[in-house]
Structures are given as C-alpha cells and as structure tokens.
Design a protein around this ligand. Structure first.
Ligand SMILES: Cc1cc2nc3c(=O)[nH]c(=O)nc-3n(C[C@H](O)[C@H](O)[C@H](O)COP(=O)(O)O)c2cc1C
Length: 390
C-alpha cells in the first residue's frame, strides 16, 4: 500500500504535505491572517452542524452528479484558485488541473499561479475556470481576460476580497518570496526536502507566469514583487463586475461575498453565481465563517443566482452540510494544496476520492440518493442555523 493510499482523511494529507514541502511554502498554505480566528472557525463551525439520520430508505442508485453554473460536475466540489500551487510541488497547477479534469470537476487557475493560463491549456483537454484579480493596469487585465478567452476558459471567477492584503504573520517571519530567496534558512528548508527540490530543478515554472513577460516593469523578479504589491486596484467596485463580464462575454462568478447586501449588488451587476467566502480566513480576521453566513445569503439571492461556498471544507460531510444549507456548489483550497504537497497529481486525486467517498456514504446514511435533493431537512437547527425552515 502506498503512503497516499494510507491517507484516509484530508488531515492525513496535510501531515504528509508538511513533511514534504519546505516550511515557508507549507506555512503559506496553512495560514490565516492575524490571529487566524476566522481560519479556525471556517472548520470548527462545520462541526457544530448536526446531520439527521434516516433509515429504511432504498439506497440503491445513488448519484453525486450535479451542475455548477449549468456545467456538469461529477460532484459539486470545484478546485478553488490558489496562488503558488506550483510551489507546493513542481508544476503544481498543471497537476491539480489534470486531477480535476480526470475527476470531472472544475479546476480554477489563480491569477497568481505559478503555471500560466497557456500552461494549463496545453496540458489539459477540457475547459477550466480562470480567477481574476483586478489590477490598476487595466490594459494588462484586458489582455489577461482575452488570454482566458483564447484558452477557452468556461468561466471567470472574479475575486473581490483582496484589494488590500490581510497580514499573515508566518509569511513575514519566513521572508516568503516566489521563487525563494537564497538565504541560509531557505536553503536549509529546501535541502531538507530533496524530492521537492529535485522536482523544482526539473521545471522552468518557478515564478508568476501569468504576469512575467506580459507587463512592462515586471520582467525581472525583484521588480515583480514590488509591481504586484503596488498593482491591486483599491478602487475595485461593482461597476467593474459588469465591465469584466462584458469583456469576457461568458459566465462570471463573484468570489469573496460574506454579506447579503453585497450578494444582491453582485447579482445586480451581472454575477452568474456568488461564492460565499472569506478567502480561507486569509483576509478579514474576525469575519464569520463562510458556513455561518451561507443561509442569509441564500435567503437574499438564492432565487436569483447560484450560491457557492468555500472555506473550511475538509470532508464530504462538510460538503453535504453546505449543500443542505443551500449551496449549489463548493470549492476546496487547502485540501487541494495538501494533496499537491503530499503527492502531486495523485495526491489531489486522493483528496478528491476521500471527499467523494465521504459525501456518498454520508448522503446514504442521511437517507438520500441524489445530491440534488439535499436540503434543510437533512440537518438540525442550532445557533448556526437559526433561520426559519432550518
Ligand atoms: C495558499 C492559498 C492561496 C490562495 N490564493 C488565492 C488566489 O490567488 N485567488 C483567490 O481568489 N483565492 C485564493 N485563495 C483562497 C481560496 O481560493 C479559497 O477561498 C480558500 O482556500 C477556501 O478555503 P479552504 O482553504 O479552507 O478550502 C488562496 C488560499 C490559499 C490557502
């Protein structure tokens, strides 16, 4: 039995990743902003929701197949965009995209990925999704959107919650950069992870390839970090959603909504779906968990648009709870990154298999056969789930 086969939970994959990935990159993934309270609550709030067991139901012919923004998915779990996936393992985003494609779920590539839009397009056969950060250089953003169109991306995920970076103490303490600076500490971290280091030596993909070579002023790496830090546009507003949508001409999913009024504004501006998200607890520390605010956002806009959720999903049980509370789809960030660190493409496949099996068995034990029939009847109401009907 391989080490990956012995991993039974996402937590097992996390521990494997910690042993295989240099500390600064492992810490980058396993971090929230400031006190990390929102990061922790994303996970612990799921545990407060209790499932209703139902018995004596015919459990034959179960299905997890569904749709997200009208696109078929083998289970309603997409890969969330994550910067520097290609630093958890060499060519990480290509590996995660391949795993997602074979599994039949959407892969979302981050603007701040190591592998470029073109790298993913060349190494996959089905359309993927592209996540957009809006920067001040609108000429660059127009070209980025056009590159996503040329690559036949079937949706844009527009992130609204990171115009200013929430501070993550670990990254500052680790002096994090991509690619890493060669200091005695970083060289030690990499030398003690030889499989990772050999992988990195064998790839040319070690910087932000959606950006480098596509903007003036960010051609060499020292200028790149200052370019990106200065580039996120603090004036981003709802009118930009319409602007992005018109330029792209396809579905736009608005990511980073935690408030019912904001969700309504996103839909008014043309969003085809909203993702209830606090960026995995990496931005506003002290914000509620995503699962806690999901019901009020479903109440506000659920009849006008699809509501998706990310943040804290570590099991199929968590996916089921989100669907029961009205999410049409979910995303995994860290489970994918831990899978990459633990075993590259096979590690991401393992993460997806774990979640799929947990979701299927949990659904059956709730007396359900079709993931599309999950609803408030599957859970008990409590302080998290107070609203009428739940
Ligand atoms: C290491 C890391 C990098 C991320 N980079 C991005 C990014 O580039 N763009 C984005 O919209 N969200 C980014 N996110 C947020 C994820 O898309 C997602 O909202 C979050 O990871 C979900 O929470 P989870 O990790 O608990 O599943 C990142 C998250 C992590 C952990």
């Amino acid at each position: 039995m391989s080490a990956l086969d012995r991993a039974l939970t996402i937590e097992d994959l996390r521990r494997m990743a910690r042993r295989r990935v240099p500390k600064m990159f492992y810490d980058y993934a396993d971090a929230g902003s400031y006190t990390e309270s929102t990061y922790r609550e994303n996970e612990t709030d799921f545990q407060k929701i209790k499932l209703r067991q139902k018995v004596a139901v015919d459990l034959n012919n179960r299905t997890l197949a569904s749709t997200m923004i009208g696109q078929p998915v083998t289970m309603p779990v997409a890969i969330a965009p994550a910067a520097t996936g290609g630093m958890q393992v060499a060519d990480g985003e290509i590996k995660a995209a391949k795993a997602a494609e074979k599994f039949g779920i959407p892969f979302t590539l981050s603007t701040m990925a190591v592998c470029s839009i073109e790298d993913i397009a060349e190494n996959t056969t089905k359309p993927f999704w592209f996540q957009l950060y809006v920067m001040k250089d609108r000429g660059f953003i127009e070209r980025l959107i056009d590159r996503a169109k040329v690559a036949k991306c079937s949706a844009l995920v527009l992130t609204m919650d990171l115009q200013i970076l929430g501070q993550r103490h670990k990254d500052i303490r680790n002096n994090l950069s991509t690619p890493p600076k060669f200091t005695p500490k970083s060289v030690w971290q990499m030398a003690t992870r030889p499989a990772w280091a050999f992988g990195m030596l064998g790839t040319k993909r070690r910087t932000f390839r959606n950006i480098v070579g596509h903007v003036t002023g960010a051609d060499d790496l020292s200028s790149l970090s200052s370019w990106t830090a200065a580039q996120f546009d603090p004036s981003l507003n709802w009118a930009d959603v319409t602007w992005v949508k018109n330029r792209f001409g396809g579905p736009v999913i608005v990511k980073g909504v935690l408030d019912a009024d904001d969700a309504a504004k996103a839909v008014d501006a043309g969003a085809d779906a909203v993702i209830v998200s606090n960026h995995g607890g990496r931005q506003l520390d002290g914000a509620p968990s995503s699962i806690r605010v999901l019901p009020e956002i479903v109440d506000a806009v659920g009849n006008r648009t699809e509501v998706h959720l990310d943040g804290g999903i570590r099991s199929g049980q968590d996916v089921l709870k989100a669907l029961a509370l009205g999410a049409k789809g979910t995303y995994i960030g860290r489970p994918m990154l831990y899978g990459l660190g633990a075993g590259g493409e096979a590690g991401v496949t393992r993460a997806l298999n774990i979640i799929q099996k947990e979701l299927d068995i949990t659904m059956a034990l709730c007396g359900e056969r079709d993931v599309n029939n999950l609803g408030p009847h599957n859970i008990y109401s409590n302080d998290l789930v107070r609203r009428q009907g739940y």
